[in-house]
Structures are given as C-alpha cells and as structure tokens.
Write a protein that binds this ligand. Sequence first.
Ligand SMILES: O=C(O)C(=O)C[C@]1(C(=O)O)C=C[C@@H](O)C=C1
Length: 287
Amino acid sequence: MNSSCKIDQVAYLGPEGTFSHEAAVIWGSAIGVASFFPVENLLEVVQAVLEGRCQAAILPLENSIEGSVNLTQDLLLEEPALQIVGEVVLEVRHCLASKETDPQNITEVWSHPHALAQCRRFLASRLPKARLCPATSTAGAFVLATSRKGSAAIGSSFAARLYGLPVLYQGIEDYPGNKTRFVIVSRERVPGRGPYKTSLVLALPENRPGGLYNILRDFAEAGINLTRIESRPTKKELGEYLFFLDCEGHAEREPLAGVLAALRPRTSFLRVLGSYPCYREGGKEDD
Ligand SMILES: O=C(O)C(=O)C[C@]1(C(=O)O)C=C[C@@H](O)C=C1
C-alpha cells in the first residue's frame, strides 16, 4: 500500500514496562501517537498490524551485545505487506530485582532470552547456581517473579518499580553502552523527513567467488555507506543465505535508486523492507 496514514495506535511486546514499550513511546511521542497497546509475543505484534487492530508496531531488531533478533528478521521477510517506517535506538540498562533480600536465596532468574544473554557474565559470577528461565519479555519476567519464591527478574528499573520488586543490582549488562535498535513497521507509509536509511534483503543467484563482493562494490562505488549486514539461512537448503543490508539513503532517490535498479537483474531476490528517517536522539529529524 502506498498511501500515507496517521498513526493512532502502536502495538508493542508487553506487558507494560518492556524496553519495546519504552521505545514505542519515544517514537510515538515524536509523531503524536495517541495510544500504545501491549501484546504477548512478536508474532502477535505483527498480526495486530496485519489485521488492522493498529496502524504500526515496534519490533526489536538488533542489540549491541547480543546481535540480531532472528525472529524479527524472519518476520520482516515473511510479511511483504509490512514496511519499515521508523527506527529507535534505546540505551538498555538492566537491573536484577527480587522480593528476596538476600541474593543467596535466589534459585531462578527470569527474563527475555536476549536480556539474559546480555547479562551472561554477571549471572555466572554473582548467581552461578541460579536456574536461568526464559520469559516472553523483561516485564513479563517481573510479573512472574512477583509470585514465585526464590525468583528474581532482569529488566529495566522502571519495570521493577512498576511491578513493586526491589532492585538488588543495577547496571548488570556485561558491557557498557548496551543499546537495542528497534524498527517500526506499518502497512502504510508514514510521513517523515531525512536523512534516511534503507533496509533491504537480497539473495545471490549462485554461490560463486566474489558473488557478494560484486553486490557490495556497487554500494561502495556510489559512495553509499552500509550500516549493517547480516545473513540468515534461506530455510530451503543448508549453506544458502539471504543477506539483510541497511544503508544510508532513500530507495526512491539517487544514488541508492540507481544502485538498486542495477542490482535487480544480478540478484535472485531483492526486496526493499523500507526507507525511513534515521533515528535522532530526542526524536528530532534534520531539516
Ligand atoms: O523484553 C523486553 O523488554 C523487550 O522489549 C525485548 C528485548 C529484545 O527482544 O531484545 C528488547 C530489548 C532488550 O534487548 C531485551 C529484550
């Protein structure tokens, strides 16, 4: 769909107090979104937009410690009706919260698998005996930890306060400056101003020396900066990959438009996932 739309509602991975929620509010506040609503998992987040229950949804795409969120990449590929219309980069600070006042009494730690992975070293050194339990989200983990004896949860200190769990340790991510990048998807275009970024996915027609190099060279020669490259299995044959690329520029404007036109006949698959304003802290866009 190519029409522009006004965004009234944004779906996010709930419950209230997830990092996705925080990122949705940052993006939505900048464009005057009226409301945000939580859903249970990322498949549901996408379904909410596809079924028209909201006009946009937010998905975590990559983290500076743990790397890509594979499910998000797969969903972006599998749902051609959706396009990326925005991005938010959020600083992710984790705390460990529990009703247990003595860390010795903690036997299980709940959180989103990505959050547990971002705190791996902390957990191994401070709570080596605790069982690590995957939850659907960080805030979902706090809900669980409120009702289970001997349990703790990892997530934001905002969520810990929201669910009434005392914080035992703060800033427990294994590396400083931990950040997660989220993308906002919609069935329709959302007006915005540049500078732009474009996300695309492509496949090479054959596995031969220099195949990927020949594609990347076009970007280099046009002076287009690539900001991310990631491969995912095609799920058809072991060793066959799709390449997810993010680059600076808009797919409908030069020089990127020309590069994409030249690449199409040299790829077996090429889809633009969206061109959208680069994230600026404070939600501002350049003129
Ligand atoms: O559980 C949450 O709070 C989420 O928003 C999900 C999620 C993720 O999927 O990476 C988002 C940010 C953090 O990296 C940890 C978890």
